[in-house]
Ligand binder design. Structure first.
Ligand code: ADP
Ligand code: MG
Length: 385
């Protein structure tokens, strides 16, 4: 039959290895590896199809996501010995095209592989660049971090405004996470209570899924934007396991279309991890010399920490007004990083909203928006188009 289609099987179990070898090796070129070794080998082997058997440590979803990232054209099929609906949904979201139970559904697996093979040959004949299983693959959510080296520049104001507008103006699933674990901040721009916080996810961090996040998230009352509020407690923050934040961000990315992170100025393990995991970093900056100086220090720090910001870092000018020390043209002369948006200084609008405990924007396509809200909405709409 056909030996062109390369299949890589990721399993740590001998019995499964034998079963799949027997079922597939006569028809396809099949190689085997373990969940520990696969990261080193995937590039070299460059398989057309990857069969991932759920590892005993439950890292299957992460593995799917990793392989999807490394092999965007590859077809991933997830194999498991136990039926688990939440897991099924997570692996499909992460990029697997199929979830198959072994040994019960072995026939289904061989059938699928035959179809994929036919399709691949057909497409090769047509020489389309479209990959075999691509049509089934769901997207993975985007993570946007709001950061600045200088407190008070408007990160929380803009992160909350951006997330709110994104939720109101689209059908996207949006999650806002307050990573200022010590002092919080997001809850002051939305009327949220101190009840459930993201620290409640620590006990389920190893199997965290959409349901866990939904149960802990609070909802902004107008938009129903989901928000993970900060525990606002230094001790709780310090006691969080090292990999909690990266697990939280990855699980959020799997379950939502957009994940907005509000970050503290302080560079620590959490800020570092969040910056590394982000698709875009919005550096919030005011139009004055101290802000430019801080920005230079941050650039230097990113370099030292080897945070690669190429194509990810953009400046958001905040508090733009008539009496700024610098104007946007000056800033462009000083800094070559692209500017994503310019938000007006709007003391009245912001103050009125804060006093009433209301978000800047409350409904989609709102007519009477204050200037800052208008600017944020314009940025979000441009982002969505
Ligand atoms: N564009 C703006 N116009 C007016 N006030 C603003 C604007 N952006 C932020 N502020 C106000 O400035 C203060 C600091 O903003 P905040 O978002 O808390 O900063 P950060 O999170 O960077 O420390 C807040 O009181 C906020 O309401
Ligand atoms: Mg803040």
């Amino acid at each position: 039959m056909n030996a062109d289609m390369k299949i890589l099987v990721v399993t740590n179990t001998d019995s499964i290895r034998e079963m799949l070898h027997e079922a597939l090796a006569s028809q396809y070129s099949v190689q085997f590896t373990t969940s520990r070794e696969v990261k080193k080998e995937i590039d070299r082997i460059a398989p057309d199809v990857v069969l991932i058997v759920q590892p005993e440590d439950g890292t299957g979803v992460e593995l799917v996501q990793y392989i999807q990232g490394e092999l965007p054209e590859g077809v991933i099929i997830f194999l498991t010995e136990k039926q688990d609906f939440a897991l099924l949904r997570d692996v499909v979201r992460a990029g697997a095209i199929e979830y198959i139970l072994l040994p019960d559904e072995l026939a289904l697996l061989t059938d699928r592989l035959e179809k994929i093979n036919e399709l691949a040959q057909h497409q090769q004949r047509k020489k389309g660049a479209v990959a075999t299983g691509k049509a089934f693959v769901r997207g993975r959510g985007k993570v946007f971090a709001f950061y600045s080296g200088k407190g008070g520049s408007g990160r929380t104001q803009l992160a909350t405004g951006f997330a709110q507008a994104l939720k109101l103006e689209s059908t996207a699933r949006v999650l806002l996470i307050d990573l200022n674990l010590q002092y919080g901040g997001v809850e002051t721009f939305f009327s949220l209570d101190a009840g459930r916080t993201l620290a409640d996810l620590v006990p389920v961090m190893n199997e965290m899924n959409e349901n866990h996040i939904r149960n802990v998230a609070q909802r902004e009352s107008h938009s129903k934007l989901e928000v993970l509020v900060s525990p606002r407690d230094a001790e709780t923050a310090e006691n969080m396991p090292e990999d909690f934040i990266s697990r939280l961000i990855r699980a959020s990315r799997r379950s939502y279309d957009f994940v907005i992170l509000d970050l503290p100025t302080h560079m620590n393990e959490i800020t570092y991890t969040a910056l590394e995991e982000s698709d875009a970093i919005y550096y919030v900056m005011n139009l004055d010399t101290p802000s430019v100086q801080t920005y230079r220090l941050v650039e230097e720090l990113f370099r030292k920490l080897r945070i690669d910001t190429e194509g990810r870092l953009e400046i958001v000018v905040n508090q733009k007004g008539r009496d700024n020390e610098l104007n946007v043209a000056d800033l462009k002369g000083l800094i070559s990083t692209p500017i994503a948006a310019e938000i007006s200084r709007d003391h009245r609008g912001v103050q009125a909203a804060v006093n009433q405990g209301l978000p800047l924007q409350r409904v989609a396509n709102e007519k009477k928006l204050v200037p800052a809200a208008k600017d944020i909405r314009k940025w979000v709409l441009a982002k969505l188009s």
